[in-house]
Every structure is written in structure tokens, then in C-alpha cells.
Design a binder for this molecule. Structure first.
Ligand SMILES: C[S@@+](CC[C@H](N)C(=O)[O-])C[C@H]1O[C@@H](n2cnc3c(N)ncnc32)[C@H](O)[C@@H]1O
Length: 240
């Protein structure tokens, strides 16, 4: 079995076929796959968050990842970032083979003390009791796989939290939240965020027609172009 850091490790239990979610992760082993491109985008966003944590931030810098899968997004960044030793990350993952992969990867990367992997149902609030408020919460690869009702039940408290904390404000018509033309969420003072972007129905105050798939697809395409540009810029910066 290869090191989990090589990305080649087969996390399936020897006596059973790989689960659906283990198979879902297999394209991560190909650096050219779209999943690997997405991973590098997410990692650049995690890196940006750590870069932006003020030096005065009390330890630890808390990261929580729901439905964390193999945990490459958090583990690989924490293990390489100068603020990594200050991080306390909680990864919650239901699939035993994937949770084991994440644990092994964290140990191989030398961040087993910073990254705690819980094998459990991420919808149970008890896992998070000691890890909130968090500085960064990752919910990656989840909304494409749950029902609309569950998406709403997750998003509503998130929106409420953004509004209550001043990280977002209602749009002037109070139909949704206020953003700039690219969808960057404006905070209570009207400043567009660099790392909070809205798509679809929350933008009714700006576009009104923003609930049909073609409209959301156009917004997603514009956001994808922006993220890819940003990723290329970050890659050029790290290569310099
Ligand atoms: C689409 S994958 C995303 C994995 C990872 N966040 C990523 O972006 O690479 C969804 C993950 O959610 C996990 N999962 C599904 N239901 C879960 C639950 N109730 N609690 C925790 N994890 C769950 C699956 O095992 C799978 O690893």
C-alpha cells in the first residue's frame, strides 16, 4: 500500500468492494482530472483564508469540514502552511475507509495533532460542540447530493449567521442578499467579500430572474472563470 500522501492509496477494505464514495474519490489520483482541478481551487481558497488570519488571532485557528471525504483540501494545506501549527481542524466523514484515509494522510503529513478525523454523521451537531465558532467551515461536494429541503435547512441558518455577524447585508429591495455584479457578497458596510460569493435565488434583488437553471448556469460559468483565473494567478505566485 502506498503512502496516502502519494494519492495512490487504495482505501478499500480488503474483503469488500469500494463504496460509492470511495469510487467517487478515485479521480483525485489523476492530477489532470476535473476533480483535481476543483481540489486545487478549494485548496487555494483554504490557503487564502490562512494567509488572511491576523497575527493577533488567538490560537487555535479553527477549521471544520463536513462530509470531508479524504480530507485532501484541509490536510495538504495545513501541512504546508506557515500557520499550520496553529490550526485545529475537525473533519467529519461517514465512510470508514475515507475517514481512515484522511487519518493516515494527516499522520503521513505530520499534522495528526492538528487534524482530528471523526467517523460519523456530519448532520449531528454534537461533533462540533468543541470546535465552534470556526474560522473556516468547508461544505464541499454536499449540495449536489442532498435534497432541496435539506439544502434550505442548511443554508437558512448560514444566511442568518452571515447577516447577524455583518458579513452580509440584505439587498436594497430585501429580496435576498446584496452583492456586486460578480456575486461577491457585500458586508454590512457594503464592501464586497473576496471569498464569499452567492449564486441563484439569493441574488433576486440584483437580477430578479435568477432562479432558472440557464440563469444559474451562466452565473456558475462566470464564477468558474473567475476561480480558474484566480487559481492560475495563485499557481504563478507559488511558482515564483
Ligand atoms: C461528494 S463527496 C465530497 C468529499 C469531500 N468534501 C471533497 O470535496 O472531496 C461527499 C462525501 O460525503 C460523505 N458523506 C455522505 N453522507 C454523509 C454524512 N451523513 N455524514 C458525513 N459524511 C457523509 C461521503 O462519504 C463522501 O465522502
Amino acid at each position: 500500500m502506498e503512502s496516502p500522501l502519494s494519492g495512490e492509496r487504495d482505501s478499500r477494505p480488503s474483503d469488500s468492494a469500494p463504496s460509492h464514495w470511495v469510487r467517487w474519490h478515485q479521480p483525485y489520483d489523476d492530477p489532470q482530472s476535473s476533480l483535481s482541478l476543483r481540489l486545487r481551487t478549494v485548496q487555494s481558497m483554504v490557503r487564502d483564508v490562512l494567509d488572511g488570519v491576523p497575527a493577533s488571532h488567538p490560537e487555535p485557528i479553527r477549521i471544520v469540514s463536513l462530509c470531508a471525504g479524504q480530507g485532501r483540501d484541509v490536510i495538504d494545506v495545513v501541512s504546508a502552511h506557515r500557520r499550520g501549527p496553529e490550526v485545529s481542524a475537525l473533519l467529519v466523514e461517514l465512510d470508514p475507509a475515507l475517514a481512515a484515509f484522511a487519518r493516515d494522510r494527516a499522520a503521513a503529513a505530520g499534522v495528526a495533532d492538528q487534524v482530528r478525523v471523526v467517523e460519523g454523521d456530519a448532520s449531528l451537531s454534537r461533533w462540533y460542540a468543541d470546535d465552534v465558532p470556526a474560522d473556516l467551515v468547508l461544505v464541499c461536494g454536499v449540495f449536489g447530493n442532498i435534497s432541496s429541503a435539506d439544502i434550505t435547512a442548511t443554508i437558512d441558518p448560514l444566511l442568518r449567521g452571515l447577516l447577524d455577524s455583518g458579513l452580509a447585508r440584505p439587498d436594497p429591495l430585501h429580496l435576498g442578499i446584496d452583492t456586486d455584479a460578480r456575486g461577491a457578497v457585500r458586508d454590512a458596510a457594503g464592501r464586497p467579500a473576496s471569498d464569499i460569493v452567492a449564486l441563484g435565488p439569493p441574488l433576486r434583488g440584483r437580477w430578479y430572474e435568477t432562479t432558472a437553471i440557464p440563469e444559474i448556469r451562466d452565473q456558475a460559468a462566470a464564477l468558474a472563470r473567475h476561480l480558474v483565473t484566480r487559481l492560475h494567478r495563485a499557481q504563478r505566485g507559488s511558482a515564483a
